[in-house]
Design a protein around this ligand. Sequence first.
Ligand SMILES: C[S@@+](CC[C@H](N)C(=O)[O-])C[C@H]1O[C@@H](n2cnc3c(N)ncnc32)[C@H](O)[C@@H]1O
Length: 281
Amino acid sequence: MCPSSHERVRKLGPTQPYLGGALRTAFDAWLADTVSRHTGDLAFREIRKGAQALSWLYVERRGEVDLAARTIDGRGKRAALASYYAPLHFLTACHALARIGAARFGEIRRVVDLGCGTGATGAAVARTLDAREVVAIDRSGFALDEARRTYAAFGLLARTQRGRLPAALPRGQDGDLLVLGWAANELAERERDALLGRLSGAIADGARLLILEPLAGAAVPWWHAWRTQLAPYGAEDFECKTPVALPEWIARLDKATGLDHRVLGARALAGPLEAVAAPEG
Ligand SMILES: C[S@@+](CC[C@H](N)C(=O)[O-])C[C@H]1O[C@@H](n2cnc3c(N)ncnc32)[C@H](O)[C@@H]1O
């Protein structure tokens, strides 16, 4: 790290462990299983190339190609998606919830994981908020197969459904948290616009919402419009950044690819949230 980026990281506070306690134990077992299933008969360089190809697609080709299809069209990419980006999303979601204040979501009975991918964000949120039930929707069969394993690895009761948003959005119920982890950005523009209206309606019916996306503003040109539309429904805008000591596998892939995830960052729209309790005394 160059001196100026060292300084930027230092200002964010002390480096934190990636997780602790029982959640860390479950995460480590899930990651080890995912790595062994996806990388057993692949050379490390194929996974590295897969991670670099995904990074190129996410950064350079966003909005130009069908990302949902292009990110899984090869074993190297699928291995990198499941064993590198998904665990990074899991950890980023956990640290973002810590920054927002998990208790502020109140009692969440069901997490609705929209564009669930391999289930990483939905599982992280459900475990952190102690919601035992997950409903997960994705257009990709590969994603749903992985997601079923992920929820099981974290002891969650999950129902997965293949479907395309916004049409597949289930009827909301009180105690629902609708989660979109790095997924809204992959929807076609028309789908995303229609989803926004449906999400507002779901919040008005009693659901809560958590959207996570990259910090880079260029990756989410629609963010301002979503924030403006969702603010009257109680959604608050956050920028979350936490320096984290990464798991060995992730650090190894970071080093090999030249990518740097030592600060886990995401922007979030979350709400409606309960008020922050005033300090006692
Ligand atoms: C970047 S992945 C994120 C996965 C997961 N939420 C996470 O945090 O790791 C985005 C997912 O959105 C799904 N997706 C894209 N467009 C969709 C749509 N219109 N309906 C349902 N799923 C969609 C893709 O198949 C992909 O699995």
